[in-house]
Design a protein around this ligand. Structure first.
Ligand code: G16
Length: 544
């Protein structure tokens, strides 16, 4: 079959963000746009010829077209074999697992995660390396530099590419194996968790669960794992069918975008356990009846109880959290006498710590939790962890969390997002904050004294690389924190994230409303950053 070499002019907007390249579908449909980025990836991968790659996506609009292009380009670039999820579907954690299990050179994941899908929505692409984890900054930067220079791409002239039936076919010399997207992953989960015990919990009359797949990739995973293997009733999974536009919703598992699930849980007759995952299956939200578990608390509780779970009985090496994530897990690590690392936002920063066997668990406030079982955060894994824990403890989600707070104290935590604001104004807001940093230490606001004010930078203890400018931190003497950063995953304008946290040890004060408990800090954040002036908004678009 003939290989075509297509001459192109480079695009100047292919710099990967927090997690790969995310743009509007329309941008990706620009002639040669996707091809230019894929060829830039291929040009940066060593030993591509004769290699095995894993390929799949979250099923969003443009997934199938992108897969056909990538297969033809993989064939023209000498890849030997591609493991492709049936129908082009694979969750992000499943890709990570498949890369590791089949010793692939890497994988390409097609997803814009929690961003909306459909012809007017977003699309995305990211490359994961042989460890199963997201490509580190050194590789994403090399891909970007390549994209600024690229002059041509290679593609095979083939028309029909089947992807819906299990089995093998060839595209030129490339062997494509279409695999069940769920089976390997589900088998792996059975090795980590006590499935018979979880089954008994799900069958008991005083427990019920509701999982919201948000019409995204986890639908088929939830059906196979919760329904087929753990015997949950069909009614336990809502929005189970993956749709190209996620049913018009925003596949982000939080209190705002999983509204229907929230309403069901916040009702007297509602289920005892609720959970949701996002577009590509790596995020999770955990709920009890009338109860929301912050992702930061979820991480701390997972670490504190890990010794009870079959896959983690041998002990924990250490933990890590992204800088804006609350310090709840730090207290658990201290008690367990294990190291606790603080990294910039982005799962890729956990990669070296996991590969160097320094940590077992890691997590982020952005609804991401995971362990060394794969190299991505993992939504279904987190839900199984909680189910296994509840099956052992035989208590409600709320009781489990309150027991944790009573032992460690409570970190009240919120994140305020101002979405789609003017990018220049957002940068001005950050510069204005940066300019104030030097004079802030020692200053008092509403009775709270600033102990440290800086722009977070990270020195990777494994490879010695330094990453600067990762968010403005204002830390008070009582350990309260206000953090400002701009999102690296949005596609329109800029999104300002303000993270606010306050620690209260006294159990008698563990019943406050979160926004009320944080009201002084929220006011300080608004004044310091002059949010209304720079964003033109008097309140956040999303509060989680
Ligand atoms: C991605 C990254 C996460 C990060 C999150 C939010 O998640 O994988 O590590 O915490 O974005 O990033 P930002 O605050 O820059 O928008 P996902 O689920 O979108 O891949």
């Amino acid at each position: 079959m003939p290989i075509e070499i297509i001459k192109i002019s480079p695009f100047d907007d292919q710099k990967p963000g927090t997690s790969g390249l995310r743009k509007s579908v329309k941008r990706f449909q620009t002639p040669d746009y996707l091809q230019a980025f894929v060829q830039s990836i291929f040009n940066c991968i060593e030993n591509l010829e004769g290699s095995i790659l894993v390929l799949g996506g979250d099923g969003r609009f443009y997934n199938r077209e992108a897969i056909k292009i990538i297969l033809r380009m993989a064939a023209a670039n000498g890849v030997a074999k591609v493991l492709l999820g049936q129908g082009g579907i694979l969750s992000t954690p499943a890709v990570s697992h498949l890369i590791r299990k089949y010793k692939a050179l890497g994988g390409i994941i097609l997803s814009a995660s929690h961003n909306p899908g459909g012809p007017e929505g977003d699309f995305g692409i990211k490359y994961n390396i042989a460890t199963g984890g997201p490509a580190p900054e050194s590789i994403t930067e090399a891909i970007y530099q390549q994209s600024l220079r690229i002059q041509e791409y290679r593609i095979l002239t083939v028309q029909a590419i089947p992807m819906d039936k299990l089995g093998s076919f060839t595209v030129g010399d490339l062997q494509v194996e279409i695999i069940d997207p769920v089976a390997d992953y589900a088998d792996y989960m059975e090795t980590l968790f006590d499935f018979p015990k979880i089954t008994r919990l799900l069958e008991s009359s005083n427990f019920s669960m509701l999982f919201d797949a948000m019409n995204a990739v986890t639908g088929p995973y939830a059906v196979e794992i919760f329904q087929n293997r753990l015997n949950a009733p069909e009614s336990a999974i809502m929005r189970r069918r993956p749709l190209g536009n996620f049913g018009g919703g925003h596949p982000d598992p939080n209190q705002v975008h999983a509204k229907e699930l929230m309403q069901k849980l916040y009702s007297a007759t509602g289920p005892s356990f609720g959970a949701a995952s996002d577009g590509d299956g790596d995020r999770n939200m955990i709920l009890g009846n009338y109860f929301f578990v912050t992702p930061s608390d979820s991480l701390a509780i997972i670490v504190a109880n890990a010794h009870l779970i079959p896959g983690y009985k041998d002990g924990i090496k250490g933990v890590a959290r992204s800088m804006p994530t609350s310090q709840a897990v730090d207290l658990v690590a201290k008690r367990l006498e294990i190291p606790c690392y603080e990294t910039p936002t982005g799962w890729k920063f956990f990669g070296n710590l996991l590969d160097d066997n320094r940590i077992t668990f890691c997590g982020e406030e952005s609804f991401g939790t995971g362990s060394d079982h794969v190299r991505e955060k993992d939504g279904i894994w987190a839900v199984l962890f909680w189910l296994n824990l509840l099956a052992i403890k035989q208590c409600s989600v709320e009781d489990l969390v309150r027991e944790h707070w009573a032992k460690y104290g409570r970190h009240y935590y919120t994140r305020h997002d101002y979405e789609g604001i003017n990018a220049t104004k957002a940068n001005d807001l950050m510069s204005n904050l940066e300019d104030q940093l030097a004079g802030l230490t020692g200053k008092e606001f509403a009775g709270l004294k600033v102990a440290l004010a800086d722009n977070f930078s990270y020195l990777d203890p494994v490879d010695g690389s330094r990453t600067e400018g990762q968010g403005i931190r204002i830390i008070f003497e009582d350990d309260s924190r206000i953090i400002f950063r701009l999102s690296g995953t949005g596609t329109q304008g800029a999104t300002l994230r303000v993270y606010i946290e306050r620690y209260i040890a006294d159990v008698k004060q563990h019943d406050l409303d979160t926004q009320e408990a944080l009201v002084e800090l929220i006011a300080i954040a608004n004044v310091l950053a002059d949010i209304e002036e720079y964003t033109g908004r008097c309140k956040p678009d999303v509060i989680t």
